[in-house]
Design a protein around this ligand. Structure first.
Ligand SMILES: Cc1ncc(C[n+]2csc(CCOP(=O)(O)OP(=O)(O)O)c2C)c(N)n1
Ligand SMILES: [Mg+2]
Length: 330
């Protein structure tokens, strides 16, 4: 893929993710989906990181990483099935929406407690080093997640053991209703120095800037086996989740389609470079809308998991209590 194709493909993914995001939020308001954590605003940083990775790299992602997953080829069906918790869902309908996994694309399971994915990523980094492999691990988390013990334990261990882990902090300026200024007294990227690893900050709303940094840092981590902390500064354009009303605690906004919107920023740069024109942009947006609407309606027809499925995967040979409960319910 040449550079033009690579960036147009990245932009297409950003638009697809945004379109899906809005579709799910609307569906939640209509009572068709239970819950969702929107991604709006964080598309450029995730896709920019994804562009810098290889197929066999491992991702320990968090609940807002839909654009990342789409860019690595995770099908729309996989994401929509998880949101709906239907019988095709990888999680078998047993998880909250937004708790994805995609084994074939090396995306591990999203966990609800924030930053618990970080020590797991470090463990995977240890395994890679032990086996002398060349792949790397990327783990993602929000600004608020840097206040957890897991963040510190993971950063320390990755540095002390020289493990090939890219810590990608998606600083969207908010942890539900807590602004980042109240979360930490120093900038997040600066914490890297205390642990003894590379650390840097990048404009996460700019796809091109993000790709450049991600590519250079991923390459360094792959070649040296050493970790890095990248703080991608972005903005949570939507609510924390569909259960949240940000108008209760913030007045700052970046409205969709405004100058600060990462999709608008990408469009401007793509046009400047002559990679895309207005007609192609419109085409990409229309195609995304048609695809998302079609897939969404298609997946709504997938039946829910069968009640007996709740008794599966607990014991290889079910105990008498399970058999008894099964008899009561089915
Ligand atoms: C250990 C833990 N503490 C608290 C929560 C409740 N909680 C869920 S999401 C969230 C905010 C996390 O903010 P951030 O890490 O910035 O990620 P963002 O949601 O902004 O992307 C909190 C406090 C949790 N899930 N896990
Ligand atoms: Mg945040």
């Amino acid at each position: 893929m040449d550079e033009k194709e690579m960036f147009v493909n990245a932009y297409r993914t950003m638009v697809l993710a945004r379109t899906l995001d809005k579709k799910i939020v609307t569906a939640q308001r209509q009572g068709r989906v239970g819950f969702y954590t929107p991604t709006m605003g964080q598309e450029a940083l995730q896709v920019g990181m994804s562009m810098a990775l290889e197929k066999d790299d491992l991702i320990y992602e968090y609940y807002r990483d839909v654009p990342f997953m789409l860019h690595r080829g995770v099908p729309l069906e996989t994401l929509i099935d998880q949101i709906m918790g239907n019988s095709m869902d990888n999680e078998k309908g047993r998880q909250m929406p937004s708790h994805y996994s995609a084994k074939e694309y090396n995306f591990m399971s999203v966990q609800s407690p924030v930053a618990t994915n970080l020590p797991l990523a470090v463990g995977a980094g240890y395994a890679i080093k032990y086996r002398k492999k060349k792949n790397i691990v990327v783990t993602t988390f929000g600004d608020g997640s840097t206040s957890t013990p897991d963040f510190h334990a993971a950063m320390n261990m990755a540095a002390v053991f020289d493990l090939p882990v890219v810590f990608l902090c998606e600083n969207n300026k908010w942890a539900i209703s807590l602004p980042v200024e109240k979360q930490t007294k120093v900038e997040i990227w600066k914490k890297a120095e205390a642990y003894g690893m590379r650390g840097l900050k990048v404009d996460g709303n700019d796809l091109f800037a993000m790709y450049e940094v991600a590519k250079a840092e991923v390459e360094k981590t792959r070649n040296t086996g050493e970790p890095v902390l990248i703080e991608a500064v972005s903005y949570r354009m939507g609510p924390h989740s569909t259960s949240d009303d940000p108008s209760k605690y913030r007045t700052d906004t970046i409205p969709e389609g405004s100058e600060g919107d990462p999709i608008v920023i990408a469009e401007k740069k793509l046009k400047e470079k002559g990679y895309i024109d207005d007609a192609q942009i419109e085409n990409i947006k229309n195609e995304a809308k048609e695809l998302v609407d079609r897939k969404f309606e298609e997946r709504e027809k997938v039946p829910p998991p069968k009640p007996e499925s709740m008794f599966q995967d607990v014991y290889e040979n079910p105990t008498w209590i399970i058999e008894e409960e099964k008899g009561d319910i089915l």
